[in-house]
Design a protein around this ligand. Structure first.
Ligand code: SF4
Length: 352
């Protein structure tokens, strides 16, 4: 939390906590892996959005008054026959080429208001990150867990890409390429409590070595219907709170400890007291019923925080302290200069 006399994450002084209004764009639910808690493998996956469909989605984000989109999709799908064939059908030679065009579409010159993309596509390879670097604003890349036992259980038994060594390789690649990362770990997927400490210590070391970790989300497990872990209990608040406190203790002060406040508005004050200093994303989708719930959650969070003298402040996925030439490609330096969107200044609430 930013105190009146501090600016830990580059926010202006004041009692405030950051969060982000975000529009999620799902490219595909196809995935090479099958994590026991993930709804993607048990959900239908529409084809990759065409340029026209993408423009429609981005138009919706703009009409909602948003400036941040999260490009999300399954992992390791480059060679999935459906994904590959669709890319070819659209005239691209590869999925990476398609991704470049998606990022180009999000940040299209002259589009107003400009949108800023966070890539949430899991463990991309070094080469993929390098190829996309110019248009990558931030990556969402969780470490997830350091508990090796999960590799033999329901959570990650069918998800080699989620094994710690692969996540670490990707996090190191992002660090070597100077890509700002919003990372995180899962709580309640069957991991041992001491493995959470190892995960936090690992993220702390990565942050100290490369400086690229902007935030670490303490992500509570939530059971989804039809998944292998549908009948497992959700992560308990009593389990999450100490992890938030440990995160704040172990991570460098420059790394924000994030909690998905939209899911726990009633506990936000406890999370803040435990050390959380970012409220995560509030996703709006242009779906009246779903958005109503998110806006109600935001209102509840705002009211509870007001009770302890804290104001939520909107930010981009790139935290203000990363809005420097070191962490942005030339493209985004220019775009942010033009739009003056880099600061943490309050923006108008989303239109509905
Ligand atoms: S790798 Fe990601 S998208 Fe794929 S199954 Fe696991 S959580 Fe879901």
């Amino acid at each position: 939390m930013n105190q009146t006399n501090g600016s830990r994450n580059g926010h202006p002084p004041g009692r405030e906590l950051t969060f982000s209004w975000t529009f999620p764009v799902v490219l595909t639910r196809r995935c090479a892996w099958a994590c026991g808690y993930c709804p993607y493998p048990v959900s239908p996956s529409p084809p990759l959005p065409s340029r026209a469909r993408l423009q429609q989605l981005l138009g919706m984000a703009r009409s909602l008054g948003l400036r941040q989109v999260r490009i999300t999709g399954g992992e390791g799908v480059e060679n999935h026959p459906e994904v590959f064939e669709t890319c070819r059908f659209y005239g691209f030679r590869s999925y990476s080429e398609y991704l470049r065009s998606v990022l180009g579409e999000v940040t299209r010159n002259g589009a107003s208001p400009p949108l800023f993309p966070e890539l949430d596509l899991g463990a991309l390879s070094f080469v993929q990150m390098q190829q996309l670097r110019e248009r990558v604003f931030t990556l969402r890349l969780y470490l997830d867990s350091m508990d090796e036992k999960l590799q033999y259980g329901t959570a990650h038994g069918l998800s080699r890409g989620k094994w710690a060594k692969h996540r670490l390789t990707a996090l190191i690649s992002a660090g070597r390429l100077g890509i700002p990362v919003n990372s995180g770990l899962m709580v309640g997927i069957g991991e041992q409590a001491d493995s959470r400490l190892r995960a936090l210590e690992t993220l702390a070391r990565l942050a100290e070595r490369y400086g690229h970790i902007q935030s670490v989300t303490i992500h509570p497990f939530e059971p989804y219907p039809r998944t292998p872990m549908a009948n497992c209990p959700p992560a308990a608040v009593e389990e999450i709170l100490p992890t938030v406190a440990e995160a704040r203790q172990l991570l460098p002060a420059s790394v924000a400890v994030q909690i998905p406040a939209s899911r726990f508005p009633e506990h936000v004050v406890e999370f803040v007291a435990a050390g959380a200093d970012d409220l995560g994303d509030f996703d709006l989708k242009g779906d009246a019923a779903a958005d109503e719930g998110v806006l109600a959650a935001f209102k509840a969070v705002k009211e509870r925080l007001a009770g302890i003298g804290i104001r939520p402040v909107d930010r981009l996925s790139l935290f203000p302290r990363f809005s420097t030439a070191q962490w942005m490609s030339r493209y985004y330096q220019t775009l942010l200069r033009q739009t003056d969107a880099a600061g943490a200044a309050a923006v108008a609430p989303p239109r509905r």
